[in-house]
Design a protein around this ligand. Structure first.
Ligand code: NAD
Length: 244
């Protein structure tokens, strides 16, 4: 049975991706730092291996990768989705906030990839990293979040360059706004209204619409696609309009 690891799998885009993988017949290692939410989400599903792990903690990530490798043998797909948002300008972002955002959004992708890649299936392994339109466009509000996501886009290119000779692909999805707990915490009514007007499709995305792109990039259908970033954003990036 093919398998996948999804980080940040307890809710939101990660949970939608987990469900889609399961529907396609994969086993899924669900990784999340929120033990209660992970237990709730995984308890309702079959063919999952839930593991509590903070992706910014090197020892926890090493233990998680070892546990998955022991259970799965080799890993077919890795989705680095765990993320935190922070919407502040530079003059209100102290070093503690900056490091907290970078620790999960950037260090987490680096560490998880580094520890899982040795266990990945050569010839058809796939990595998908979740960035954001905030990593494609600058704004006045997202110095740490936007910078972390821009770095994830470049880290993906590095991974594609390094892993190609082993037949492992690495791609990135840059979602536009999606109504999840993360977005609800940082999208003010003004931001919501501005997004609605600025997005050609005039709406937020749905978790499943992002998951569909992730699952496609992990599949053999995307066998010749690597190093790319796909914006699943209702056309926002195409317009050239600034981020609200
Ligand atoms: P969410 O808050 O609903 O889910 C994120 C999950 O990640 C949570 O279950 C949380 O517990 C987990 N998590 C956070 N820090 C972690 C850590 N250090 N280790 C392990 N797990 C951790 O958010 P979401 O909207 O589903 O976000 C998923 C990804 O999509 C994130 O990377 C986010 O930046 C990105 N994204 C979201 C939006 C949006 O509008 N929702 C837009 C663009 C990009």
């Amino acid at each position: 049975m093919p398998n996948a690891i999804v980080t940040g799998a307890a809710r939101g885009i990660g949970l939608a991706t987990t469900k889609l993988f399961l529907a396609e017949g994969r086993r899924v290692a669900m990784i999340d730092s929120d033990a209660d939410e992970l237990a709730r989400a995984a308890g309702a599903l079959e063919n999952v291996l839930p593991i509590v792990c903070d992706v910014s903690d090197e020892a926890q990530v090493a233990a998680m990768a070892g546990q998955v490798a022991k259970d799965f043998g080799s890993v077919d797909a890795l989705v680095n989705n765990a993320g935190v948002a922070d919407f502040r300008p530079m003059d209100q972002t102290d070093l503690q906030v900056w490091r907290r955002v970078m620790a999960t959004n950037l260090d987490g992708v680096f560490l998880t990839s580094q520890m899982v890649i040795p266990h990945m299936t050569a010839g058809r392994g796939a990595i998908v990293n979740i960035a954001s339109i905030s990593g494609l466009r600058a704004s006045t509000l997202r110095v740490a979040y936007g910078t972390s996501k821009a770095a994830v886009i470049h880290l993906t290119r590095q991974q594609a360059a390094e892993l190609g000779e082993r037949g492992i692909r690495a791609n990135c999805v840059a979602p536009g706004p999606v109504d999840t707990k993360l977005a609800l915490a940082v999208h003010s009514p003004e931001i919501r209204a501005a997004y609605h007007d600025a997005i050609p499709l005039n709406r937020y995305g749905k978790e499943d619409e992002i998951a569909q792109v992730i699952v496609f990039l992990c599949s053999e259908k995307a066998g010749y696609v690597t190093g790319q970033t796909i914006a699943a954003d209702g056309g926002f990036d195409a317009t050239g309009v600034g981020l609200p």
